[in-house]
Write a protein that binds this ligand. Structure first.
Ligand code: GLN
Length: 533
């Protein structure tokens, strides 16, 4: 089958859930037996979100091949189980960089380089790149931002051209918002009409509209939108608030989003997919009423900063029949005096990843508290490094043990900069990124959690590492280095075996947990947090 391209754009407001709709549609098409991929095109000028503060753009997600990307790629992977690559995440920065590099090489043979056609051609090339490498039936492309953004224009122009070139093999879904005015007691479709007009003004007629709403939309209202926007009534879909993002694929299926897309692209949809495993996950989720409260000890007090971690906890919780309530604990506010208070009532803690000095003493105190009270604790990346520092200070007696990231002059640099990082001056894209192997020690808890596996591969995003100089001392005093990279001998996992569950990973297991395949370490952690209740 010729590759078909589905473009997902958004209007009226940001944060309407384009990523979830893209992932849900991908899931439905995949469940029908199609080979799909989903990619995100972001109109900002950064080459990737790697250098962005989480307050700017939420969590930075990392692909197995080492690309720092938008957190929507996490949704794509968690919903569909596909493995995205660096070609699934494109920014304006990446587009311009390659055009300018080509210009410098002289590839344009004396031409003036312009947004149209050079930038738009490069966008079109990137949109088709994944399908030139693998035979995808469907490539879903989510365009970041909102219609009307100045920086989004070249992307929309590229889509307009591609739709012309691809004919029936291309389709546009436009996601908008239908607000409810409580004073008038009415839902308002005007912003949707305006947004579609704007898109039409750019030469793009959407075939399908998805209306985000907090209230149920009547048939009349949908018919009105269809009428004003040149869209068939059955192609006006509503996306109302649901109890979980994982309910969205079923909601889209009920309204036939996948079937409409197929029909519009000339494919007879046939019977709807069953989604058995997906439904049983949701069923289990609904029945998991026993609550586990897990503290996320970190410094970013925003929902999206630890997205993959909270989703991984949710997945594992469901498969352990627990409803996980993740509560944010600001590590900047934790002191030796209040730690017992702050962590009171928690079934376990995750000591979160991060960069820089702010909030790390609180993480160290929380690590010590969990270790000495036998509270299950999962340290991830910086969190693992803080576990090692706490252990070095309080068990090895190295009072000034620290990370070179925070204290470059400490004699007890138990966390040190990796050798290959020492001459790096640029911050963007230069960390240890992507999947690396990890050999698991026999008899360790970590290995048991992985079902006895000897070798696993996990994704990384860091510059610092456990200093091998202190490895023997750590081991001798009870903190075991049970995961080691076989190629470069870096410590990947530490654990304290005498503890109920005290494990730190230098890698980020949260990037690879999916709805149908929860991550083994999260599964084991949740089991420990649930104890015997
Ligand atoms: N700042 C630490 C490092 O660079 C940890 C990074 C992280 O938690 N992702 O090694």
């Amino acid at each position: 089958m010729e590759t078909k391209y589905i473009f997902i754009t958004g209007g009226v407001a940001s944060s309407l859930g384009k990523g979830i709709i893209s992932a849900s549609l991908g899931k439905l098409l995949q469940a029908r037996g199609y080979k799909i991929t989903i990619q995100k095109f972001d109109p900002y000028i950064n080459i990737d979100p790697g250098t962005l503060n989480p307050y700017e753009h939420g969590e930075c997600y990392v692909t197995a091949d080492g690309q720092e990307t938008d957190l929507d790629l996490g949704h794509y992977e968690r919903f569909t189980g596909i493995r995205t690559t660096r070609d699934n995440s494109v920014t304006t920065g990446k587009i311009y960089l390659s055009v300018i590099e080509r210009e410098r090489r002289g590839d344009y043979l004396g031409k003036t380089i312009q947004v149209v056609p050079h930038i738009t051609d490069e966008i079109k090339r990137r949109i088709r790149l994944n399908a030139s490498k693998e035979p995808f039936d469907f490539v879903i492309t989510e365009i970041g931002g909102t219609i009307g953004d100045i920086e989004g224009q070249p992307f929309l122009e590229a889509i307009r051209q591609l739709r012309w070139e691809l004919g029936r093999n291309a389709l546009n879904i436009h996601l908008t918002y239908v607000p409810y005015l409580s004073a008038a007691g009415e839902l308002k479709t005007k912003p949707t009409q305006t947004s579609v007009k704007q898109l039409q003004g750019l030469g793009i007629q959407p075939e399908v509209l998805v209306l985000r709403t907090e209230h149920d939309l009547s048939d009349d209202l949908r018919a009105k939108v269809a009428h004003f926007c040149n869209v068939e009534v059955e192609a006006v879909i509503q996306s109302q608030d649901l109890s979980s993002i994982y309910e969205v694929p079923l909601n889209m299926l009920r309204q036939g989003l996948d079937a409409i897309c197929l029909k519009k692209m000339g494919i007879e949809p046939g019977p709807p997919p069953e989604l058995k495993d997906w439904r049983s996950f949701l069923e289990r989720r609904r029945n998991a009423l026993n609550v586990l409260t897990i503290g996320l000890v970190g410094k970013y007090s925003l929902q999206d900063a630890y997205k993959s971690i909270t989703e991984s906890l949710t997945h594992a919780g469901v498969y352990r029949d627990r409803k996980v309530k993740a509560v944010f604990i600001n590590s900047e506010e934790i002191t030796a005096d209040n730690v017992a208070d702050r962590l009171e009532g928690l079934d376990g803690i995750v000591i979160c990843p991060g960069f820089g000095h702010r909030g790390i003493e609180g993480k160290i105190i929380a690590a010590g508290y969990a270790r000495t009270r036998d509270l299950p604790a999962f340290g991830i990346c910086l969190g693992m490094q803080m576990m090692v520092i706490e252990y070095s200070r309080n068990v090895l007696g190295l009072k000034d043990a620290d990370s070179m990231e925070m204290n470059p002059v400490t004699p007890h640099n138990v966390i040190d900069m990796m050798e290959e990082q020492k001459n790096i001056t640029n911050l963007g894209g230069t960390m240890r990124l992507g999947a690396y192997n990890c050999r698991l020690a026999e008899g360790s808890k970590a290995r048991a959690a992985y079902g006895g596996a000897d070798l696993v591969s996990e994704r990384h995003r860091h510059r610092y590492e456990v200093n091998n100089h202190f490895r023997d001392a750590l081991e001798a005093s009870g903190m075991k280095c049970v995961g080691i990279n076989p190629e470069n001998d870096l410590v990947e996992i530490v654990e304290v075996p005498s503890h109920r569950w005290y494990i730190g990973t230098q890698f980020h297991p949260e990037y690879s947990s999916t709805v149908l395949c929860p991550h083994p370490l999260f599964m084991d952690f949740i089991k420990a947090c649930a104890g015997n209740d």
